[in-house]
Design a protein around this ligand. Structure first.
Ligand SMILES: *Cc1c(COP(=O)(O)O)cnc(C)c1O
Length: 201
């Protein structure tokens, strides 16, 4: 479980830390980097939101996992900046499984190119796929979308080896995590169900 702490102050994260949580996630680079400065070093930080290439430079010093990689351009920049910082990150490729334009991610058909490109990198390891289901009450549709992501992962197992592993499926949020777990999620990203509703985003 990754606790998504966007909009919540450091004091709230500290309470969760004291309760035993170590994996925390944010969806904005600026918010993530500033929070890491004030929190314990053994927190594992996940970036789960849309990632502009020009912000990667600021992120590489503090992030451990990035769930939202969908372009080779991002991988190129990541490799360069991580090399300079002498760091390593775990990434997931975000796939658009909902056909909704506002939910970012690559098309399923882009995965072979992304996987091939990533296999040559020194500072990045690929751990699996991430997807966001439609925002809907239609449970069958949500299930179908999560199942599609799992099958997509299974289909690309032949790319595994070296720095490519496809063991992780980051899918499921507060509203749909139980369906996601039934469909094979290994990472669920929970915000409001842990910390209450947010004022914005
Ligand atoms: C905010 C956010 C979450 C958590 O959302 P909740 O519905 O509050 O659990 C999960 N994933 C991403 C990418 C988010 O931006």
């Amino acid at each position: 479980m990754v606790a998504i702490t966007k909009t919540h102050p450091v004091s709230v994260i500290m309470e969760a830390y004291e309760a035993g949580l170590r994996h925390f996630g944010e969806n904005k680079v600026q918010e993530l980097t500033s929070k890491t400065e004030d929190l314990p070093d053994d927190i594992v930080w996940h970036m789960v939101g849309h990632l502009q290439t020009n912000k990667i430079r600021n992120l590489v010093h503090c992030v451990d996992w990035i769930h939202s990689i969908s372009k080779t351009k991002q991988l190129k920049e990541l490799e360069k900046r991580l090399g300079q910082a002498e760091r390593h990150v775990h990434v997931l490729f975000q796939v658009n499984i909902s056909d909704e334009d506002q939910k970012s991610g690559c098309d399923a058909g882009d995965l072979p190119e992304l996987l091939s490109f990533a296999s040559g990198l020194q500072h990045v390891s690929v751990e699996g796929l991430m997807g966001m289901a439609s925002f809907t009450d239609n449970q069958e549709l949500i299930r179908k979308q999560f199942r599609f992501l799992r099958e997509l992962r299974d289909k690309h197992r032949s790319f595994e080896g070296g720095n490519i592993r496809l063991n992780e499926l980051s899918m499921g949020m507060s509203g749909d995590y139980s369906i996601a777990v039934e469909e094979g999620a290994t990472l669920i990203r929970l915000g409001s169900t842990l910390f209450g509703s947010r004022d914005y985003t």
